[in-house]
Write a protein that binds this ligand. Structure first.
Ligand SMILES: [Zn+2]
Length: 273
């Protein structure tokens, strides 16, 4: 599933292709993408709209139009966006196509069909996000004190707390494991038991893990591709995720796999306390 670094890579790649361009034609081929709204209605709303900006909040892509409308895209499990000039290379699992006024196409594919497209007005965004999303971990305003406040008193394992999008927006299974390894914290510890020093180290670990993912264009495990069709390379540099049985890069003990909050979780029993 794409997490913050993957969605940020998609955003940065689409931004120069979209900003200043008009949606000339919009085809939505799967009603699950827009339900409960009729896909034809959504397509009609988007036609003629000119893109002012492409932003991100957590794992959401935000296409802002000059009119004040926004298109909110969530890729969920397997959604991908591709930009191409000569028609899509592959026709499989195409759920929507946007033809831009320069003749290029943005093609949305989704094998599992959990992704969503939602049209809102810009003044509805704050309410939409505040009900769903917590701190934005790469914003300058994300502080160790803010993280401490969100974790205080929580009995859930710290990994489960990090996966809760209302705590931190954009962190998923991969980057939660990577951040906790960097911070030397056992993912099963109750979130509310971390002391101030551990939270500072965790705050830094979260940022570093996410920044490492962005620097490598995200992690391609299965479906994720950047909009020009290339793969990310973060999967080659995981510190702990998916490495069960391999030696810890810090202390040499074999990495173990367990389950936390129902999710596969990798950690080092030697140096994560
Ligand atoms: Zn270790």
């Amino acid at each position: 599933m794409p997490e913050l670094p993957e969605v940020e890579t998609v955003r940065a790649s689409l931004e120069p292709k979209l900003v200043g361009h008009r949606f000339e034609a919009v085809e939505i081929l799967d009603s699950r993408l827009t339900r409960p709204v009729d896909p034809a209605e959504v397509a009609a709303e988007l036609v003629g709209e000119c893109v002012a900006a492409v932003d991100r909040r957590g794992k959401y892509l935000i296409v802002r139009f000059e009119s004040g409308l926004v298109l909110l895209i969530h890729l969920r499990m397997t959604g991908t966006l591709a930009h191409s000039r000569n028609g899509a290379a592959s026709k499989s699992h195409v759920r929507a196509v946007v033809r831009l006024d320069d003749g290029s196409d943005v093609t949305y594919r989704d094998v599992r069909r959990f992704g969503t497209w939602l049209v809102l007005r810009a003044d509805e965004l704050d309410a939409y996000f505040s009900a769903r999303l917590g701190l934005e971990p790469l914003e300058p305003g994300f502080s160790a004190a803010g993280l401490a406040e969100r974790l205080a008193g929580r009995r859930a394992p710290v990994k489960a707390a990090l996966l809760d999008q209302r705590t931190l927006a954009g962190v998923g299974n991969i980057y939660a494991d990577e951040a906790l390894w960097r911070a030397r914290i056992d993912p099963r510890r109750p979130a509310g038991q971390l002391d101030a020093r551990e939270i500072r180290v965790l705050h830094r670990g979260i940022r570093r893990a996410l920044e490492a993912g962005i620097a490598r264009q995200g992690a391609t495990l299965r479906d994720y591709r950047t909009p020009d069709g290339s793969s990310g390379s973060m999967q080659n540099e995981f510190k702990v995720y998916g490495r069960d049985g391999e030696p810890c890069l810090r202390c040499g003990r074999p990495i173990e796999k367990t389950r936390v909050g129902g999710r596969g979780t990798w950690f080092c029993p030697g140096c994560q306390r």
